[in-house]
Design a protein around this ligand. Structure first.
Ligand code: FEO
Length: 168
């Protein structure tokens, strides 16, 4: 069973993943409202992924005798300043999540919590992937432009995002 400190940190991380889902759902709504269905689709997929991350931690806790404590979620932003600004905010958010996962992993090392470390290694790889994916979109947007036909091109590209497998 994870120590009390690790359990508390995992419960915090579950809240962070659910908050991430909330932020991305709000961004999806913004894109729908602004006639960018591809961006909205991408954010809806991201929302689903974050729910998956939260549930992965949730199930790990329950499978290992931990106690789940759900928390109130912060209100996500509902005003955004354009598609590029949203993607930049997404990257910043993911970098914050990466920092939290890294801290959580560091906490499990002196505790010798090997099962948690195995789970968190998946999250560390996932964060690398998430940051890279968002950084690539930002780079492409900078190439083709954040308005007009360039923006529509990216929108069409993002419409093709498939749901990621949630296997560890
Ligand atoms: Fe679950 Fe995108 O971090």
């Amino acid at each position: 069973m994870p120590t009390k400190a690790v359990q508390a940190a995992i419960n915090d991380q579950i809240a962070m993943e659910l908050e991430s889902a909330h932020v991305y759902l709000s961004m999806a709504a913004y894109f729908d409202e602004n006639n960018l269905p591809g961006f909205s689709h991408w954010m809806r997929m991201q929302y689903q992924e974050e729910l998956g991350h939260a549930m992965k931690l949730f199930d790990f806790m329950l499978d290992n005798g931990g106690h789940i404590v759900l928390k109130a979620l912060a209100k996500p932003p509902s005003q955004f300043k354009g598609a590029l600004a949203v993607l930049k905010e997404t990257l910043k958010h993911e970098q914050k999540v990466t920092g939290a996962i890294t801290q959580l992993y560091a906490l499990t090392v002196p505790e010798k919590d090997y099962p948690a470390q195995i789970l968190l290694q998946w999250f560390i790889s996932e964060q690398t992937e998430e940051e890279k994916t968002v950084a690539d979109i930002i780079a492409q947007m900078k190439m083709v432009g954040d308005s007009g036909s360039g923006l529509l091109l990216i929108d069409q590209h993002l419409a093709g995002r498939a749901a990621a497998a949630q296997q560890a």
